[in-house]
Design a binder for this molecule. Structure first.
Ligand code: 5RP
Length: 228
């Protein structure tokens, strides 16, 4: 779908639309990535205008942005539930299953998004797909690399260690772990694969988010489409 202003304009529309759902007194999950960043900036402007919220960051990047734009923060370890979480996705299927973790933040994102009363996904149209078919990011303890790779192959997946951009060595997550991007082709049963990946010893979190999203706000040519 053509989006005037390009993908970033669509991301901005989606992020700002979702930020407008936040109400006074809310505890808000602050997602990671360029689309969620638009929501965080919009929240910063709303705080300037008097909105009373506290944010829970899903990564160092979202924490730093929230500080920069003036969204008050509370630690993930200090909360049990959130009113709303706003987060991006790498793919969104017709039945609202997600692949996340393009920014290697999916472990904390899953805790925050799952703890929210309302989990709102923000996306541009390039993220929409009938069925998930991107590689699934899998965060793992560094010492478990060989055993997790073997287990992924036994699930007919092809694991690739994620390399750090612009420098030697692998990506290291905010939690000090590695990421394997695991290709499975078209994922016809995301729920079953999610369970299989979660039960591999050494896996900290994988990027399949199944049954978590309440709604998806997709930036379009002239506004935002909401899917529930
Ligand atoms: C980070 C994520 C992001 O939400 C996902 O990669 C989408 O990013 P963007 O909005 O920049 O396209 O899951 O771990």
């Amino acid at each position: 779908m053509k989006t005037p202003g390009g993908p970033d304009a669509a991301k901005r529309r989606a992020g700002e639309h979702a930020a407008a759902l936040v109400t006074d007194g809310d505890t808000v999950g602050l997602g990671t990535g360029s689309t969620a960043a638009h929501a965080i900036r919009a929240l910063g402007r709303a705080v300037d205008d008097g909105l009373d919220v506290r944010g829970v960051a899903t990564s160092y990047a979202s924490r730093d942005l929230a500080r920069e734009v003036g969204v008050p923060l509370v630690g993930l370890d200090a909360i049990e539930t959130l009113d709303i979480a706003i987060d991006g996705a790498d793919q969104v299927s017709d039945d609202l299953a997600l692949i996340k973790g393009g920014g290697a933040a999916h472990a904390r994102e899953k805790i925050v998004d799952a703890a929210a009363e309302r989990f709102v996904v923000v996306a541009d149209p390039t993220k929409e797909t009938p069925e998930l078919d991107r590689s699934v990011p899998v965060e793992l303890l560094p010492d478990a690399r060989a055993t997790v790779e073997r287990a992924v192959r036994e699930l007919d997946g092809t694991p690739t260690l994620r390399a750090a951009e612009g420098k030697d060595g692998p990506v290291v997550t905010d939690n000090g772990n590695l990421v394997l991007d695991c290709a499975f082709g078209t994922i016809s049963n995301p729920g079953a694969l999610a369970t299989d990946l979660a039960t591999i010893p050494g896996v900290v979190a994988h990027g399949l988010f199944v049954g978590l999203a309440d709604e998806v706000h997709v930036g379009t040519d002239d506004g935002v489409t909401v899917r529930e």
